[in-house]
Design a binder for this molecule. Structure first.
Ligand code: NAP
Length: 527
């Protein structure tokens, strides 16, 4: 049942006086349930509880954390159709997508459970002492990753399950041993509360410390800001726009104790089509890219927003084909009127830029909240000069940039902002001639894709979902896959610490049987 209340620790609470509702974009009407925004007092209570819970939770064994994560996954599945239906009512997304995202969320939770149950992820590193070393003796030093403290997670608008309440950031932080306070996304507050209820059930069943998880409603930015400023919060996970992520990064930097903000933000995901590939796969590429651009009404951070080619007859044909394919696509609904409004505003800005040409812009009469897809084109030199054309248009939109020469293309790529992905479409015969271009692209992105599309982010350990700023605020980390746990830990050393007082991960006997780096050698041996 959706109560509309916050979870302050395990307790339902609604002390605030700001009430809001979610919206059904398909029916163009408000949903029937209401939510109460968290008050300042509730925010403070949630963080205080999280800080207390940290003292216990940080020492909980990997096996117990694994049981907790697996039970969250089970409880999530037990919500069954109620969750799926609410998700659809709050997003306009189809049931298949909701089910797929739930499976992904469950998979993520179970992947982290497996990781922490095994235990080697803490990167235990041991250097045994050399008492008779001259001129000075060497101490016994033992290092491992420990949880950083209470973490605030901002859910993503476009992934109500996989990057929200019990999504990747939350699963990774709990796996690391950090309590989590979720600031629910106002557009899917009901879905978020249902997931929170499943998490609280798991907490109660396993006797996890009260405050290891809280769930706070918000109708605007104030709740998130107060959370980021709270002195007991030690890190932030954010998925959303560059504007939002940057605001939170600045806020965190202004604190007396600055804290890390791991923000995954917008991206235009450049795609470069090399001449031979363009020549041999012209129509096929247009079809593939029309599908990728319009997938999920273009509401993916990996949407291909920029397509580059060298000026030629083949590029003209590709532009024509892509225009036709996009025109033939049925328009689809966006997540929320606000997202549609943002799409229309950023699209209009792009359309109003001098020297751009409209390839296609569907203008059929359509139901409320549906997006009109658009493709524009521009010359390379004009693109290079006009920075506003480099910005993300979050929706079914792409800009084709026609370059005069390889040199111009290389210079454009080198001048792009940081991106989540870069894609190279090439024939195997031509790739060797473009090493400088590929190297320039690598400098700007977190993931290079060969002959594919950027949409679709596989959840696995080798995935990097991140990239140079502004794709993310810290390009050294990924937000997807088990290695995302590293955002929520800090390395910590014990010097000459008594063996029995060390955590199991660092004890001589290696009771957990984990892999450790002992005097430079990776092994599971005892000392
Ligand atoms: P958004 O406007 O940035 O909102 C995201 C969340 O941040 C919301 O809960 C919002 O709160 C909060 N927020 C925004 N500005 C804030 C501020 N100044 N201070 C405190 N909180 C603030 O993003 P969105 O429109 O929901 O999502 C679309 C964007 O997300 C796109 O740019 C897309 O590319 C990006 N995205 C990135 C990834 C990735 O992994 N890189 C994944 C998905 C989406 P309120 O709603 O309460 O205002």
């Amino acid at each position: 049942m959706i109560t509309g209340k916050n979870y302050v620790g395990n307790q339902l609470s609604a002390k605030g006086n700001k009430i809001f509702t979610t919206f059904n974009p398909v029916l163009n009407t408000k949903n029937s349930w209401t939510h109460t925004e968290a008050s300042k007092e509730e925010i403070n209570e949630a963080v205080t509880l999280a800080s207390k819970a940290y003292e216990e939770f940080k020492n909980i064994s990997g096996k117990d954390k694994a049981a907790f994560l697996n039970l969250i996954a089970d409880e999530l599945l037990a919500l069954d159709n109620h969750l799926i239906k609410t998700y659809c009512l709050e997003t306009g997304l189809p049931e298949g997508r909701a089910q797929g995202e739930r499976s992904r969320t469950v998979f993520q939770l179970r992947s982290f459970a497996e990781l922490v149950a095994e235990g080697s992820w803490v990167e235990a590193t041991i250097d045994t002492p050399i008492p008779d070393r001259t001129p000075a003796s060497k101490p016994d030093l033992r290092k491992m990753n420990i949880p950083i403290g209470p973490v605030v997670v901002f859910g993503a608008s476009n992934f109500p399950l996989a990057y929200s309440t019990a999504g990747g950031d939350t699963a990774a932080a709990l796996a690391a041993g950090c309590p989590v306070i979720v600031k629910s996304h106002p557009m899917h507050a009901g879905t978020s509360e249902l997931v929170a209820s499943a998490m609280v059930k798991a907490i109660k069943k396993l006797g996890m410390p009260n405050g290891v998880f809280s769930h706070l409603n918000s109708s605007g930015i104030a709740v998130g800001q107060q959370l980021v400023k709270h002195p007991k919060v030690k890190a932030v996970g954010f998925t959303g726009s560059i504007r939002g992520g940057r605001a939170l990064l600045d806020l965190a930097a202004q604190r007396n104790e600055p804290i890390p903000v791991f923000a995954e933000m917008g991206s235009v995901n450049p795609v470069v089509i090399l001449p031979e590939a363009l020549q041999s796969r012209n129509a096929e590429l247009a079809k593939t890219y029309a599908n990728s651009i319009t997938l999920g009404t273009g509401q993916f951070c990996t949407n291909p927003g920029l397509i580059f080619g060298l000026k030629s007859k083949a590029l003209d044909q590709f532009i024509e084909h892509l225009g036709r394919e996009i025109q033939a696509k049925e328009s689809t609904v966006m997540l929320h009127p606000n997202i549609l409004e943002a799409y229309e505003a950023s699209k209009s800005k792009a359309l109003s830029q001098p020297k751009t040409t409209v390839v296609t812009h569907t203008k059929d009469k359509m139901p409320a909240n549906y997006a009109q897809q658009a493709i524009l084109t521009v010359q390379g030199a004009d693109f290079l000069e006009n920075h506003s054309l480099h910005q993300e248009v979050f929706g079914p939109f792409s800009l084709i940039v026609q370059c005069e020469s390889l040199r111009e293309l290389e210079s454009i790529i080198a001048n792009l902002e940081g991106q989540l992905t870069g894609t190279l479409i090439a024939n195997s015969t031509e790739i060797n001639q473009y090493q400088t271009l590929i190297s320039a692209l690598q400098n700007r992105v977190g993931r290079l894709i060969y002959n594919g599309v950027p949409t679709g982010v596989e959840v696995c350990p080798s995935m990097v979902h991140g990239g140079p700023y502004p794709a993310s605020t810290d390009s050294r980390f990924t937000a997807v896959g088990i290695h995302s746990i590293k955002r929520w830990v800090r390395p910590f050393s014990y010097q000459d610490w008594p063996n029995q007082r060390l955590p199991d991960e660092l004890k001589n006997e290696n009771p957990l049987g984990i892999s450790r780096l002992i005097n430079g050698e990776q092994s599971t041996r005892k000392i």
